[in-house]
Design a protein around this ligand. Structure first.
Ligand SMILES: *Cc1c(COP(=O)(O)O)cnc(C)c1O
Length: 370
């Protein structure tokens, strides 16, 4: 008995509450679904599982579009999407490291692409998108909905009004760190390809990416033909159609079991309630950050899932994180060049207001903030 108690304590002490923008905390019940006994991936059961997931994801993504699940992290489907869709040239609007990744993916795949970068903390404005598209040079646009490296939320609502003027352009949105935490009205906004990952606001273990695909995007994929195999959108969509939601290669069924269960939990919480919870956590964290430090993004463009904070007090972020770890919590340093110049507190997935109070009070205590 004592041995078990000691073992439990040991394991328990090693588990830290994650305030990092992915992977996020996974609910124990969801985690246990990863251990569901296997089924054949070519069975009727697999089709039903994957069809159920599709139906539930459509609710969360506010879309009637086709859904792709891929056994890869979000970057996998980003790579597949930009390669499968671009005939003339892509224009990549970056507001941080993840936005720029689209451009690198295009370049490394031999896809012609231009990059427009904003200074850290500045959003992609609709006028900028319009100015590029007016040239008629581009047939694919990528926008980051929620830039995790700078804690910025882009105005996709007003960008969608510009996109409406260009019905031949395929519009791709990276919603890796926002889907499941922020409302994305995919069909009303006319987003052609919306991409996300399992390990952020959806609060599942990493290893699965998700995309919704419009008819417009699908006809582009068909027109261009296969480009690659594993992550090729034409191949994926054809297989899903022909084989009733199955995949051309063996998918991560553990993720499917967990996702199906997590989507039930999300629907049970209430999709809108979940968004409200994220907004409340964001509002609290942003206010806290502006009281003791300063948030990085232009006011009004703060992310609802992660707050990026300028290190105005010149603290050592890594020392702070070590002290937080002793208390069983972990936050994120700045990303890339923003390391130590900024730090990030995520409020996505399963976290609630009590968790945010806990971590901010711990930081105040450690840094002796007044
Ligand atoms: C994490 C992240 C990615 C990369 O996703 P992976 O699942 O790690 O491949 C891309 N874009 C954004 C905005 C992210 O936060």
């Amino acid at each position: 008995m004592l041995i078990f108690a000691a073992l439990f304590f040991h394991i328990y002490m090693k588990i830290k509450k994650l305030f990092i923008p992915g992977p996020t905390q996974v609910h124990p019940e969801v985690l246990s679904k990863m251990g569901t006994p296997m089924i054949g991936h070519r069975t009727k059961e697999a089709s039903i599982l994957q069809r159920d997931i599709t139906d539930k994801l459509r609710k969360l993504m506010f879309t009637g579009n086709k859904i792709i699940l891929s056994t890869s992290s979000g970057t996998g489907l980003m790579e597949g999407a930009i390669r499968s869709a671009t005939e003339k040239k892509a224009i990549v609007f970056a507001v941080g490291a993840f936005g720029k990744r689209w451009w690198e993916l295009a370049r490394l795949n031999g896809i012609d692409a231009d990059l427009h970068e904003e200074k850290p903390g500045y959003a992609t404005m609709p006028e900028t998108v319009d100015a590029y598209l007016k040239s008629g040079k581009y047939d694919t646009v990528t926008i980051t909905h929620n830039e995790t490296s700078t804690g910025l939320g882009n105005p996709i609502e007003s960008i969608s009004e510009v996109m409406e003027k260009y019905p031949d352009v395929v519009w791709m949105v990276d919603a890796v760190s926002s889907l499941g935490g922020v409302k994305i009205d995919t069909d009303r906004l006319g987003i052609d390809v919306l991409i996300s990952s399992s390990q952020k606001a959806l609060a599942l273990p990493p290893g699965l990416s998700i995309a919704s695909v419009s008819k417009k995007a699908e006809s582009r994929f068909e027109k261009l033909g296969e480009r690659g195999y594993y992550l090729d959108f034409k191949t994926l969509l054809q297989f899903i159609d022909k084989k009733d939601h199955q995949y051309h290669c063996t998918p991560s069924l553990p993720h499917m079991f967990a996702l199906d269960y997590q989507l039930d939990r999300i629907i049970k919480e209430g999709i809108e309630n979940r968004f409200i919870r994220h907004m409340e956590c964001a509002e609290y964290t942003i206010n806290w950050a502006n009281h003791f430090f300063k948030t990085l993004p232009q006011p009004g463009f703060e992310s609802m899932t992660v707050t990026c904070i300028e290190n105005t007090r010149k603290i050592s972020v890594s020392d702070l994180n070590e002290k937080l770890a002793e208390r069983g919590m972990v936050i994120s340093n700045g990303y890339g060049e923003l390391k130590e110049k900024t730090f990030r507190i995520a409020h996505m997935g399963e976290l609630n207001l009590d968790d945010m109070t806990e971590v901010t009070e711990a930081i105040e205590d450690i840094l002796n903030l007044k």
